[in-house]
Design a protein around this ligand. Structure first.
Ligand code: SF4
Length: 454
């Protein structure tokens, strides 16, 4: 079947239909056959991130002793907290590993995005390993992340490490959301797919320890606990991030605010971890300040490539910085971070969001593909995460369901092709690459790159 009509048939299988009529497994199988060069686990992982996953009560019972979901920045759930059961809210694991089973999965790490209505369900029967099913068909077994020793020791002020310094990517990355709010506020300013402010409110309402602004002292205390108890030295990197600061926070500009964390960490634990900053595209001086503070990798996230969509989907960024200036700042930062160490992220899928997004997969692939090409041609390796349609966001109102899996599979293929065309090095600070080895859990871009070490 020609690719065009194949894609048309997948689109005809309308992803916005109720789950039971969506033929998830058939679509998954068809895409695995259509992209024989992509690891099948990468396509499955992408669908789990796109649709979320449900847990049976028996499975949640087993999960209760595993490493819990920390809500490290956004909700990354397909339901709000009040739509989830207490067990889902508190027992769901941070990540799962897909292993073996009928699909013969090589070990694949996936971030958990809760959705009790998902066609993907994790179940526990007797003493058997947990299984992942799709539309009732078993696919693979599930391994849970171990509850780390450092999660059992709180800070002196009683705050848990899960609040101050949770770890992701099977323990590889320490995620430091030091400012849990964003100064882009309300529908006219917030990125239309983002629930950072709403998530902060719902987590506080839930009674979770959820610190709005973390102090460098608390961060260093939590890192000291991790450093002592992470005896296998699984943690290799840290990310410092949070909402945008458009004016000042605690009397500091955005660059100065986020720089102080690396300054504190690097003076206490010099070189122990690779430091990454995920902040806006800052002016040359502000970005250089981050580099001087000790960050090695800089993520001025671009979110969506198309100029019209950038303005509509990221109105605050468009107004305060602007797309062209954002690009200029990325290129400026590449001078002193090095191009390989500037890694802008795209939120893959928002380019197909109603009402303004592309209406065909080919248009969307062409647009985001052009963005990947533009950066990679200049030695910068962007990455992407899979858009999770979180309910408390502007785009959720017009997009009750995410874009089709065929789009994301096509993007993985495009990403690989562009990466190979420009012969770029593998991204630093993301751990191993390749099928069965990658640990990056919120998209499969690391799973589809050539195999590497740590
Ligand atoms: S800049 Fe946009 S994506 Fe980032 S926290 Fe603010 S609203 Fe969310």
């Amino acid at each position: 079947m020609p690719v065009g009509s194949y894609r048309a048939s997948l689109l005809a299988n309308d992803p916005r239909l109720p789950y039971g009529t969506r033929m998830t497994l058939r679509t998954l199988d068809a895409l695995v056959k259509h992209y024989p060069d992509l690891p099948r686990e990468a396509i499955l992982k992408t669908d789990l991130l796109r649709l979320g996953v449900a847990f049976t009560p028996a499975a949640l019972c087993r999960c209760a002793s595993a490493k819990p979901k920390s809500y490290f920045i956004f909700s990354f759930d397909r339901k709000s907290q009040k739509e989830l059961s207490p067990e889902e809210r508190h027992c769901a694991p941070e990540e799962i590993a897909l292993i073996g089973g009928p699909w013969d999965c090589q070990r694949t790490i996936v971030s958990v995005r809760l959705n009790p209505d998902s066609p993907y369900r994790i179940d526990a029967v007797d003493e058997h390993p947990l299984t992942l099913q799709c539309d009732g068909t078993p696919l693979c077994t599930i391994e849970l992340p171990t509850f780390p020793a450092y999660y059992a020791r709180p800070l002196a002020n009683g705050k848990p490490v899960t609040d101050i310094a949770p770890t992701l990517e099977w323990g590889y990355l320490i995620y430091l959301t030091t400012f849990r709010l964003c100064q882009y506020w309300g529908r006219e300013e917030e990125c239309q797919y983002c629930d950072i402010n709403e998530n902060y409110r719902q987590q506080r309402a839930e009674g979770r320890s959820y610190t709005g602004v973390k102090t460098p002292e608390d961060v260093c205390e939590a890192l000291a606990i991790i450093n002592e108890l992470d005896v296998e030295r699984q943690s290799r990197t840290y990310t410092v991030t949070g909402g945008s600061i458009t004016t000042q926070l605690q009397g500091l500009s955005e660059g100065a605010f986020y720089a102080r964390y690396a300054e504190a960490i690097e003076s206490r634990f010099p070189g122990r971890w690779i430091g990454k900053a995920v902040v806006q595209a800052l002016s040359r001086d502000e970005a250089r300040r981050l580099r001087t503070a000790g960050y090695q990798i800089y993520h001025p996230n671009f979110e969506v490539w198309d100029p019209v969509l950038f303005d509509r989907i990221c109105p605050g960024k468009a107004r305060h910085v602007g797309r062209e200036e954002w690009i200029r700042r990325i290129m400026d930062a590449a001078e002193f971070f090095r191009p390989t160490h500037v890694i802008p992220n795209f939120v893959a899928g928002v380019e197909m969001a109603k009402p303004h997004g592309f209406t065909t997969i080919d248009q969307a692939l062409q647009s985001t593909g052009a963005g990947l090409d533009w950066f990679m041609a200049r030695g910068i390796l962007p990455r992407f995460t899979v858009w999770c349609v979180e309910p408390n966001t502007t785009l959720a109102r017009t997009n009750p369901e995410p874009p089709p899996l065929a789009y994301f599979a096509g993007l993985l293929q495009r990403y690989c092709e562009t990466f190979h065309r420009y012969g770029l090095p593998l991204p630093p600070g993301y751990g191993p690459t390749g099928r069965g080895r990658a640990v990056f859990s919120v998209s499969a871009f690391m799973d589809v790159l050539p195999e590497s070490g740590a």
